[in-house]
Design a protein around this ligand. Sequence first.
Ligand SMILES: Nc1[nH]c(=O)nc2c1ncn2[C@H]1C[C@H](O)[C@@H](COP(=O)(O)OP(=O)(O)OP(=O)(O)O)O1
Length: 161
Amino acid sequence: MKEYDWAGWQGEIIATLLFVVQGDKILLIEKKRGHGAGKVNGPGGKLDEGESPLACAIRETREELLIEVSDARKVAELWFQMSDYPSICCHVFMGGEYVGEPTETEEAVPFWADLADIPYERMWEDDRHWLPRILKGEILTGKFLFEGEKMISMEIAPARF
Ligand SMILES: Nc1[nH]c(=O)nc2c1ncn2[C@H]1C[C@H](O)[C@@H](COP(=O)(O)OP(=O)(O)OP(=O)(O)O)O1
């Protein structure tokens, strides 16, 4: 794995992801547009001016899936340094309580996946390394270096927020 000097790193984009888990199922989306279109992920997107990461995660989930999540909590902060896209600092949230019905929009197709059968082969390459851990209750930071769609370096560590 390639070495990368993360000292002083700052994301050019601040973004969010929100994973809703109920029982043994997780609510995922097939992303229809934007960075990573065609991939499976959680709902999320970029912060609006003056918006907090939590408010962004809730708003993006409302816009993409038409549900309002009420108990989102931060479980990870992920740094993505990419060769072909501005760097992203991504705040990851988990929740389980929401009102509304997950609905397809212009941005996303929602679907429930079994926690035991998450389609990692359709997701970003880093997801298989941190998503299982946050689903077990860990709080993490992660740093990932991408060359195009290929992950070439990864560091994951326990965190507290
Ligand atoms: N390697 C990666 N692994 C991952 O799980 N999610 C990633 C990822 N790289 C980017 N993302 C996600 C996080 C975040 O939700 C989104 C940020 O991408 P963008 O900045 O292009 O925003 P979007 O186009 O999704 O948002 P909006 O423009 O605000 O609708 O992509």
